[in-house]
Design a protein around this ligand. Structure first.
Ligand code: PLP
Length: 390
């Protein structure tokens, strides 16, 4: 069997059509879009086309799209802009399960004098809307809530939160890095002010992303310097990346149905088969509304990193917790916030599929996983102890 890549929430394969669209902008059309000569002449038009494609995937206007270097920069730019626009407000709100791009940013603002509320989640990874409402005050400058969680795929009530915040005049940012390209997003129907996305999560290149800034939202640039992006983000444009992101967004729009039906079916087949074949396994966030491509399965009394190594021997790529935190052996902050018991959090594996995933690949994983878990449990003193105590 060839390699089976089920780590698409970490990053995705760049679509061949995207590579093809980008290549001329390294070799033939390498000018600077700001230049007066004709090497750069047509690039402005191409960048405009790409911006329009990105906007179309979101139901946005092209001028509402700010091009950035990726999800992390979009997140930082959004929060910086909101705080700079309302300097007298000193309270910021987010959830306990955000990606480190938001989590660490909010912790940093906390150290710099802001009052930060981290809204807890229940055992399914869902926030309590009443608790969220109770946290808001006249002093709240911005709320940042992810659209979809990168580890569990749990979806957040973005529409409801956006409507509530609009009524109260509080800026709302959503980190939609894991949602864009996996579920339909229509910003004409939701009152989000700021939204982050990242190219490499939707079969585009790394190092390119976008921040949606709703028309009328107060904005102060995070990166100052040249006049690119109408003075909203300095730095020479990453033209091949922008073209690639535009193409990736155009392709993503045509794949949403496949992800919602075929890919969801493959994910469900994987979950059901593994839960049936492996005793003491469970899905983290099973009862929550989730992304169709993601499942986080806890195999109790085994070590996630050991499972990944054995999966790797079969050419299967997945992730334990978030790829960004897998350098540490601590259970992820997301699973801890959900109150997943230590013995289960430690053995949690995230499988994330894409529209390239095939039924054959999923059957291969279903065949290989149970013996891996059984072998590791034979070596696990925790499992032996648990088995003895019934
Ligand atoms: N936000 C979420 C939810 C993510 O999953 C990630 C990447 O894993 C990021 C932000 C960071 O995006 P980037 O890698 O483009 O900086």
């Amino acid at each position: 069997m060839k390699n089976v890549y089920l780590d698409n929430n970490a990053t995705t394969r760049v679509a061949p059509e995207v590579v093809e669209a980008m290549l001329p902008y390294f070799s033939d059309f390498y000018g600077n879009p700001s230049s007066m000569h004709s090497f750069g002449g047509n690039l402005g038009l191409k960048v405009r086309e790409a911006r329009a494609r990105i906007a179309a995937l979101l139901g946005a206007q092209p001028e509402e799209i700010l091009l950035t270097s990726g999800g992390t920069e979009s997140d930082a730019t959004a929060i910086h802009a909101a705080l700079a626009a309302y300097p007298h407000k000193r309270h910021i709100v987010t959830t306990r399960v955000e990606h480190p791009a938001i989590k660490n940013l909010f912790e940093q603002y906390g150290k710099n004098g802001y009052r930060v509320t981290f809204i807890p989640v229940d055992c399914e990874g869902r926030i309590d809307l009443d608790e969220f409402r109770a946290s808001l005050s006249e002093d709240t400058a911005v709320v940042s809530m992810m659209w979809a969680n990168n580890e569990t795929g749990v979806l957040f009530p973005v529409d409801e939160v956006a409507a509530e915040l609009k009524a109260r005049g509080i800026v709302f940012h959503t980190d939609a890095v894991q949602a864009v390209g996996k579920i339909p997003i229509d910003l004409t129907r939701t009152d989000v002010d700021l939204l982050s996305l990242s190219g490499h999560k939707l079969h585009g290149p790394k190092g390119i992303g976008a921040l949606y800034i709703r028309k009328g939202t107060k904005f102060k640039p995070f990166m100052v310097g040249g006049h690119q992006e109408h003075g909203r983000r300095a730095g020479t444009e990453n033209v091949p990346g922008i073209i690639g992101l535009g193409k990736a967004c155009e392709l993503a729009a045509g794949k949403l149905n496949d992800i919602d039906t075929r890919v969801r079916g493959l994910r469900d087949r994987l979950e059901n088969a593994l839960l049936e074949a492996v005793p003491q396994s469970m899905i983290n966030g099973e009862r929550a509304n989730r992304l169709p491509n993601t499942t986080s399965i806890a195999f109790e009394y085994v070590e996630g990193e050991a499972i990944l190594l054995m999966m790797n021997e079969h050419g299967i790529a997945a992730s334990s917790g978030s790829a960004c935190t897998s350098g540490s052996l601590e259970p992820s902050h997301v699973l801890r916030a959900m109150g997943i018991p230590f013995t289960a959090a430690h053995g949690s594996i995230r499988f994330s599929l894409s529209h390239y995933t095939t039924a054959e690949e999923i059957e291969f994983v279903i065949e290989k996983m149970p013996p891996i878990i059984a072998r590791l449990r034979q070596m696990s003193p925790f499992w032996q102890k648990a088995a003895q105590s019934g």
